[in-house]
Design a protein around this ligand. Sequence first.
Ligand code: SR1
Ligand code: MG
Length: 405
Amino acid sequence: MTAKVKSAYEPLNELTVLDVIKPLNFFDTASLNELVVQEIGDGNLNLVFRLQDPDSEQALIVKQALPYAKVVGESWPLTLDRARIESDALLQEAESVPHLVPKVYYSDPHLAVTVMEDLSDHVILRKGLIEGNMYPLLAKDIGTFAANTAFYSSDFYLHPFDKKEQVKRFSNPELCKITEDLVFTDPFFDHDTNEFPAELRSGAEKIWADQELLREVAQLRFSFLTRAEILLHGDLHTGSIFVKEDSTKVIDPEFAFYGPAGFDLAHFFANLTLNHLSQNAHAKEPFHRENVQSFLLQTIEKTWETYTNTFTELWREKASDPFAKTEGVLENFLQHTFQETIGFAGCEVIRRTIGLAHVADLDSIEQKDIELFYKKKALELGSYLIKNQRKFKSITQLTDWIRGA
Ligand code: SR1
Ligand code: MG
């Protein structure tokens, strides 16, 4: 859909958002004043408006970046360019996996706005998992998403000039800096962005004093800073995925950039692992808990299998790399990606436990002592993954270990 709208930046409200969508002629209704408009954003960074025609049920979403991080306030300024990155990433992803991302109807980089498909019939995966729901398509869909977006954005497929153009297009320094700080730096030092109760201090101090662990984190961080391998979503936790029984949609790629291939799957696996831990407290009865926990581990296994199988098929059919047919080249790439996935996942587990921006999976455990117990476990688990990333040789070795942990 193409249309021109007025575009000097100002934060939208329930009224001015109508000016943005008016030229799009999306709604059949004659009067836009009849639309029900709600600001529904519950994330850390943006405004999200849902506009719905109460008669026809037609609806759409207008997402606008604020010039600061909503989670902290105006004292944390943040680039509006992330809105352009997000809509460009959605369009890019839609070229290979259109069924796995919301449709973009319109975007305006000056207003920092993306108008997109309404997905209110889906739920946020994190919420669904905390409630103990299971999603049969999840693993296949996320594995397919990760493999396609990785392969088609990589040097294995693209001409080197095109790849470098893409790296420039998705240069996202401010959002990367958030990840560099919040995932790879602050939780590993006594930094003032960290957030945790006093009872976790000894666990945190153990991490800060562990030189072997810090050396590994330094290497993972360096990888994140320097390895422009593929176009990443950049923030693929379970709050960035919408699900329903028969559909999966990956949303919110405002952190998209070119980075190391294991990073997205690591975030997905880390957040599933945190949910797996939290099920011990959330699940109402043991039988259901066991079901949900095995679903989570199977999801990790099937996602990785789908990722490697799909990536391998794409490689065999379409790789233009001169070494694509050389024995062991693909296997080395996948092996390195696997190892880093485990290390990055360990960092994310630790960050979501003692750093900034926790996860509701653990924070919503009602009994304080039980919450602390599982948070301590999370710190041990994250540290082990980082330090032992090279010991895991297969995905089932990883899931077996999580099951035992
Ligand atoms: C200030 S932003 C905090 C976190 O929210 C986003 O979803 C990212 O995970 C980021 O690290
Ligand atoms: Mg987000």
